[in-house]
Design a protein around this ligand. Structure first.
Ligand SMILES: [Zn+2]
Length: 268
């Protein structure tokens, strides 16, 4: 597995899910060893758990007074599609939500193509199981010769309980995970707006459940837990290496995932 970057820059523009702010984002080719680095107004913020802030709704990175939120979908696509080195210039406080999934990133990466380096991609090998818990949420990371995720999501009705077990490689990620959308309950949207969140959210960029069920057609019966895998992969990108391990996640979210990434960096 070699390090790789994009063969040309990729640009996105759009509204942020939580801030509602418009932002332009450019993913630029970078030298081997760069890792994934955000460039915010001249401040370089590596996409590593060391710079992550606790946040239940999105992944936030911060350094020297600059911060960026909702970066997990971009990070997820980059990690899964094999992009180890890239600079991401962003001129707003939040990455564009686009269609709420990682599909626009994956399609752009696939169309643009990768430039492989002769150097090896950094890989995280786990030698003994690691378990982190937060109440009834848990993440267990186990040794494995491939990256595999099993996720149990459990939500109030009408979402219910969903499960997925998937070995992650670029093709499976592209066809089975990337298109799964951000999801929310309609009843939570007003509460989030009152707290200044979800300002950019709409039926165009999020799967919304009302009391009876999904308000839009589902792409898979378990689309919700597929999106949880998408988010988990984005948070694991904060390890700074390809996670060659098996991850069992039960009801976990960004806060616990960030703790896992931090723990893995300590041990890696
Ligand atoms: Zn997400």
């Amino acid at each position: 597995m070699n390090a790789a970057t994009l063969s040309a820059p990729i640009r996105f523009e759009g509204v942020g899910l939580h801030t509602g702010a418009d932002a332009r984002m450019e993913l630029r080719p970078a030298d081997p060893g760069t890792g994934i680095v955000f460039v915010l107004d001249g401040v370089r913020v590596p996409a590593l758990a060391d710079f992550a802030q606790e946040s239940p709704l999105a992944t936030v990175l911060a350094r020297d007074g600059k911060s960026v939120t909702t970066i997990e979908h971009a990070l997820s696509a980059l990690l899964a599609m094999g992009v180890s080195d890239v600079e991401i210039a962003l001129d707003g406080p939040e990455a564009p939500i686009l269609d709420g999934s990682a599909r626009p990133y994956v399609e752009a990466i696939a169309t643009t193509g990768l430039r492989e380096s002769p150097h090896a991609r950094p890989v995280l090998e786990v030698t003994a199981p690691i378990e982190l818990r937060d109440g009834d949420r848990a993440v267990i990371v186990m040794p494995s010769d491939a990256f595999r995720v099993r996720f149990v999501g459990d939500y109030p009705a009408p979402i219910g309980t969903h499960y997925i077990d998937i070995a992650i490689d670029p093709e499976r990620y592209r066809t089975e995970i990337a298109s799964a959308r951000t999801f929310t309950f309609l009843r939570d949207v007003e509460a989030m707006r009152a707290r200044g969140l979800a300002r950019g959210g709409s039926l165009e960029n999020a799967l919304v459940y009302d009391e009876d069920g999904p308000m839009q057609p589902l792409q898979w019966p378990n689309e919700v837990v597929r999106h949880k895998v998408l988010d988990l992969i984005g948070d694991l990108a904060l390890v700074g290496a390809y996670p060659r391990c098996e991850v069992i996640a039960i009801k976990s979210g960004h806060a616990l995932h960030t703790r896992v990434a931090r723990e893995l960096r300590k041990r890696g």
